[in-house]
Design a binder for this molecule. Structure first.
Ligand SMILES: Cc1cc2nc3c(=O)[nH]c(=O)nc-3n(C[C@H](O)[C@H](O)[C@H](O)COP(=O)(O)OP(=O)(O)OC[C@H]3O[C@@H](n4cnc5c(N)ncnc54)[C@H](O)[C@@H]3O)c2cc1C
Length: 386
């Protein structure tokens, strides 16, 4: 049984060992071809790591969020990327917290053992962007089905997932209604839906991320796939945000550690003007600063985790952890490129790949500006800016 303040050395070691089977050459080859890391995700699933947060009575390992954070941090610290599968860890939380017993019994054990993949999370739309309440995809009740029409964008991993957690409007917006009311969460079985009202269109991105546009054209989804109550979907999605922010922050900490460790090693090894470049303060100071900022961000991640695991609702800490960790990894990435000189741009060093990968976290799953707006409004009591 893990205790509070646990460092999970056994988990770090086991995940590290698994990741060592998937070295930089593995990720480079996939990156070149923009291919999904199927073998890596399969290995993680078989080892049970993706079912870490699923309770034991549903076949998972019932670990606390801090253990899941360690798993994701370790993947990123090893030079890999959990973007291909991290959502499975937290999207199932919506089902776990708000699904019916029948839904949980039907899906969670299969998600835990890897028979079913719940990797896709359809919230963002082209016209609404960050303004989730303005989404236009509709789910209209028709007998025992909902009929879905509309479009999503940036639905990651949809091509590699069996199920999608979808946020759609079930009640049309009327005057006086809050935009975030009337939205509902549905579990879409994409195996049945593809070609029957559901179309996926891959988007090529600056890093290998398997993301897609999704088109719904009179897609019929059984009404029994509604999660919780109709109209309360936005609240259900929000309830999983703290966990998501904290886990993404942990990935950023892992990235920052990778960049710092590689910068230090290179700075010690590379000789220019007959001495290691790491002897120059112009090289060592930026690395030291990136290290200090990473450690500070890591403390905020730990603070958010402690509050979360004590049953709190640490919106401010989870958001700050995500922002500070994303800033720390971005800074460390930049320092790593500079330290490696020309080789910072060479594919074989993995620095440029990780640099592209970690840049995402300034924008997704929530952009830095929106975190600052949240803090200004909800913590500092400044007027809402949008
Ligand atoms: C690779 C990738 C994978 C993703 N995966 C998923 C996924 O699986 N599921 C999903 O639902 N979504 C996903 N997203 C979407 C992601 O959550 C959004 O891109 C993000 O929330 C920003 O929304 P947007 O792109 O529409 O930007 P916009 O909302 O158009 O914003 C553009 C810029 O304007 C800024 N801005 C907007 N409004 C304000 C304001 N009021 N004040 C200050 N600044 C503002 C933003 O901070 C941002 O920098 C993914 C995105 C990417 C790039």
């Amino acid at each position: 049984m893990y205790q509070p303040g646990e460092t999970y050395d056994d988990i770090r070691e086991a995940v590290g060992k698994l990741c060592a089977e998937f070295p930089g050459s593995y990720w480079r080859a996939l990156d070149r071809e923009m291919t999904y890391p199927a073998a890596f995700v399969q290995a993680l699933t078989e080892a049970g790591w993706l079912g870490a947060l699923i309770p034991e009575n549903f076949g998972g390992s019932g670990l606390p969020l801090s253990a899941a954070a360690v798993i994701l941090e370790e993947i990123h610290r090893s030079g890999g990327n959990a973007g291909a599968c991290h959502a499975q860890m937290y999207t199932m939380g919506t089902l776990l917290r708000h699904g019916s017993e029948a839904q949980k019994t039907q899906y969670l054990p299969k998600i835990a053992d890897g028979t079913l993949r719940l990797q896709a999370f359809g919230v963002t739309e082209p016209s609404s962007g960050t303004d989730t309440g303005a989404l236009r995809t509709t789910a209209k009740r028709d007998g025992s089905n909902y009929v879905i029409n509309g479009q999503k964008i940036w639905t990651s991993r949809a091509e590699h997932s069996d199920l999608m957690l979808l946020l759609a409007r079930t009640t049309p917006l009327e005057e006086g209604m809050k935009k975030t009311q009337g939205l509902s969460v549905l579990l879409v079985d994409m195996r049945e839906a593809l070609g029957n009202g559901l179309t996926l269109q891959p988007i090529r991105t600056m890093m290998n991320h398997a993301t897609t546009e999704v088109f719904f054209d009179n897609l019929r989804v059984p009404a029994e796939n509604l999660i919780g109550e109709e109209g309360k979907g936005f609240r259900y999605i929000l309830s999983g945000m703290n966990a998501e922010r904290i886990l993404i922050a942990s990935e950023c900490i892992g990235d920052a550690k990778w960049f710092i460790e590689h910068s230090v090693a290179y700075a010690k090894d590379r000789q220019v003007f007959d001495r290691p470049i790491g002897q120059n303060q112009g090289i060592q100071f930026p690395i030291a600063k990136a290290y200090a900022n990473m450690r500070a961000a890591e403390l905020m991640v730990k603070e958010a985790l402690a509050l979360y695991e004590n049953g709190g609702n640490p919106g401010a800490e989870a958001n700050m952890a995500k922002m500070l960790a994303a800033d720390a990894s971005n800074e460390a990435a930049n320092v790593a490129v500079q330290t490696h000189g020309g080789f910072g741009f060479a594919e074989e060093y993995d620095v440029e790949r990780k640099f592209r990968e970690t840049r995402l976290y300034q924008v997704a799953p929530i952009s830095t500006n929106l975190i600052l707006s949240y803090l200004a409004e909800h913590v500092l009591d400044l007027p809402r800016s949008y």
